[in-house]
Design a protein around this ligand. Structure first.
Ligand code: HEM
Length: 117
């Protein structure tokens, strides 16, 4: 079963992304990056991206991770803050530790691209 199916499909991804960005926007370490971002669009793109990355339907039409984060000068600390907020979200939604670990693996697989290194 894919991660997408294991967490409960579209409804679970929707809930996770909504809670995740609520956390990101109040996290002083990273919230500034989103000051001028259209958050409805961002949530929609992130839902499509994670759906694809978790092995669900591939309807993602956004930029690749390197292009999407180009010129932002993101650091490992920024990346870890985002990952931390995602893990906290998944715990809140009672996602099991095994699935959370698989999701962390997915995040780590795009880390170099996100950091543009
Ligand atoms: C696993 C890590 C990450 C994933 C999967 C991810 C995913 C995405 C996706 C799907 C987009 C939309 C791309 C598009 O517009 O076509 C995006 C944009 C963006 N990401 Fe990330 N991201 C990650 C890490 C980060 C980090 C660490 C930061 C900053 C702390 C960040 C800040 C942003 C911002 C500000 C945008 C909006 C760019 C814009 O519309 O101008 N992301 N990200």
């Amino acid at each position: 079963m894919s991660i997408y199916e294991q967490i409960g499909g579209a409804g679970a991804v929707d809930a996770a992304v909504d809670i995740f960005y609520r956390k990101v926007l109040v996290d002083d370490r990273i919230s500034d990056f989103f000051d001028t971002v259209d958050m409805d669009g961002q949530r929609a793109k992130q839902k499509a991206f994670l759906t694809m990355a978790f092995g669900g339907p591939n309807d993602y039409t956004g930029k690749d991770m390197r292009e999407a984060h180009k010129g932002m000068n993101l650091t490992e600390e920024h990346f870890n803050a985002v990952a931390e907020n995602l893990v906290a979200t998944l715990k809140e939604l009672n996602v099991s530790e095994d699935i959370i670990n698989s999701i962390v693996e997915v995040c780590l697989s795009v880390k170099d691209d996100v950091l543009n290194v």
